[in-house]
Design a binder for this molecule. Structure first.
Ligand SMILES: [Mg+2]
Length: 206
């Protein structure tokens, strides 16, 4: 029986990604990193610049250039907040989730995530975001940290997310997972999916 929910943010609660100029962010990253290309791009149903930006930030964990790289991308993410859209059912999901502990685990910086969620009226205390000290999704570390902060064993948490990186992170952490795919190809047949955010929350709450 699940006791807590771990939400992904982008395209799960709020669509910031489609309003963020990750192509420009990638140009800034490439200029900053001057040809550095020691990263692996894991597939997800994101456009190529988004995927490459996230792969670079994951690969730079522990590198002294991480702060500048994250800030370069964050400028574009911040700029997208006013144009971003709430995902369908966000207000109802927030209302339902009030009865259980929950947190947000995101690849966005915590201040961008908090800004986006406040912009759309989604109340959240615990946000585990982009942090050089916490291995990012698809690693499960952020879920473990979030579960600890809300005081629930991670094995009693279920993540709701739109991407294969979320599903991989949940599996790595030992949490449950329900997918809310933004595109038909987001998940393989082995992943449990719901028709939307509200259905996913209802399923977890039983
Ligand atoms: Mg997402």
């Amino acid at each position: 029986m699940a006791r807590a929910i771990l939400f992904d943010l982008d395209r799960t609660l709020v669509d910031l990604q489609n309003y963020t100029d990750y192509a420009a962010a990638l140009d800034d990253l490439r200029a900053l990193l001057d040809g550095w290309a020691e990263f692996t791009v894991l597939d997800a149903d994101w456009d190529a610049p988004t995927l490459e930006c996230m792969a670079i930030l994951v690969a730079l964990a522990g590198d002294p250039r991480w702060d500048a790289a994250s800030a370069a991308v964050a400028r574009h993410e911040f700029a997208a907040i006013p144009a971003s859209h709430a995902m369908p059912g966000l207000a109802e999901a927030a209302d339902l989730a009030r009865t259980t502990p929950y947190a947000v685990v995101t690849l966005l910086p915590p201040d961008v995530a908090r800004g986006a969620l406040e912009h759309h009226g989604f109340p959240v205390d615990v946000i585990v975001g982009r942090d050089p000290a916490i291995r990012a999704k698809p690693h499960g570390d952020g879920l473990v940290v979030a579960a600890h902060r809300i005081g629930v064993p991670v094995g009693e948490c279920v993540m709701i997310g739109d991407s294969s990186w979320d599903a991989a992170a949940a599996a790595d952490a030992g949490a449950g997972f329900i997918g809310v795919p933004a595109t038909p190809g987001a998940f393989g047949p082995e992943v449990e999916v719901a028709g939307g955010l509200v259905e996913a929350v209802r399923r977890i709450l039983g």
